[in-house]
Design a protein around this ligand. Sequence first.
Ligand code: F6P
Length: 355
Amino acid sequence: MSDIRCIGIATGGGDAPGLNAVIRAATKAAIVEHNWKVIGIPDGFDGLIWPEKSFELTLDSVSGILPRGGTILGTTNRGNPFHYKSADGGTRDISDQVIANAKKLGIDAIITIGGDGSQKIGCELFQKGMKMVGVPKTIDNDLSATELTFGFDTALHTVTDAIDKIHTTGASHHRVMVVEVMGRDCGWIALAGGIAGGAHVILIPEIPFTIKNICDYITRRESGGGRDFTIVVVAEGVKLPPELKENRRASSVGNLIGNAIAAQSDKEVRVSVLGHIQRGGSPSPFDRVLATRFGVAAVELIAEGNFGKMVALRASKIVAVDMADAIGHLKAVRPDGELVHTARAIGIGFGDEEI
Ligand code: F6P
């Protein structure tokens, strides 16, 4: 058992719907179950560089935050105490200062809620003696240690709603509608959102495609299937065919692919880049429940003295995995996996040779 009186909570990396639900659940469980003091650390680990900015989280201060998107603690995807950017443009290691400041605040253990980057920092702080527990977060759902991260389901709701709307206008104007979605280097949002939204073509980083194959698909769909509009969902991380690669920096991949389809077909094409609306809004019921389970489980790990662990969802159960094992492994979509198979079975194209 651990001798804990006060815990800190930090949110790091890009925000995701459900962060506030974790903060609320962990704060409530810490206060109600254990009578611990809870300190909110603002803006990821940056908050421990300026400890005076930290503030106490109480039952009152977390009341009403469950349905709120974003994070009441603030976040950053730049702050890393092991590579802190100094004013002279260089980087230095200020992790000792961060640990000392946590001690000054009376913090005995920290819950770090974040993606791979935040968990890596958490793991390094743990290796330096700080009592750390991790909660995984990302709308991209690309952490291999956990079957699901909260934020993903809410992002899928947003993407599905957007594709539904794009469907009606695309069908009315007989256009090719390209929808670019987030997901970083993995195609989970595009694949699941595309299936949920009834997309016809889904382009993901894990499956190489050509513009010609997409245009052939559209022609087949129009001539054989009698359909005169097509929805193409594009993951932001797709690997562009060589002829488009040079322009990647100049434009969004959705626009590059949309322009290329327009140039190689006689179709009118319109492009929508969904962007950060996928990260915003109120968390879905599924994400609220998952985030709450994660928050409570993180507090339980601290109570058990089980540090250097990250909570995860496996076979529908919340488990603890070593932070060190959880980091650095991307969970890519498997091109031969069940979800891609399902999509192909209902006629969805991936821009590759397989029809
Ligand atoms: O990891 C979440 C995510 O939204 C990615 O899908 C996207 O590539 C990235 O963050 C965007 O980051 P930023 O908010 O820094 O533009």
